[in-house]
Write a protein that binds this ligand. Structure first.
Ligand SMILES: [Zn+2]
Length: 94
C-alpha cells in the first residue's frame, strides 16, 4: 500500500500497486501511461489470438467451441509431426 500522484488532477491518492486503481479525488485511473501501455498490449495480444483459425471466441456456440478444441488438438499434433520430420531431414545423411 502506497501513494501515487494522480496523472489527471495531480493530487496524491492511495493505491495498491494496481494500475487499475482509481484516484480518490477525480476518479481517474492512477495507472496513467502504464495503464495505456498495458491496455495496448492486451489489445494486441487479443488481435494476435483472434488471427489464429482455432481461436475460441466468447461468441462461439457450444458446437463451434467443440470443433475448435478438436482442431487445436490435431493442429498441435500436426505441428509436432512437421517439427519431427524437419529434425529427421536435418539428422539423416544425404
Ligand atoms: Zn485525480
Amino acid at each position: 500500500m502506497g501513494e501515487k500522484k494522480c496523472p489527471h488532477c495531480g493530487a496524491w491518492s492511495k493505491w495498491n500497486q494496481d494500475i487499475q486503481d482509481s484516484c480518490e479525488h477525480c476518479g481517474g485511473k492512477l495507472g496513467g501511461a502504464d495503464l495505456a501501455f498495458h491496455e495496448k498490449r492486451l489489445a494486441q495480444e487479443k488481435a494476435n489470438r483472434e488471427n489464429w483459425i482455432f481461436y475460441i471466441k466468447e461468441t462461439d456456440s457450444g458446437f463451434v467451441r467443440a470443433v475448435k478444441t478438436v482442431g487445436n488438438f490435431f493442429y498441435t499434433i500436426y505441428i509436432a509431426i512437421i517439427t519431427f520430420l524437419a529434425w529427421l531431414i536435418a539428422v539423416l545423411p544425404g
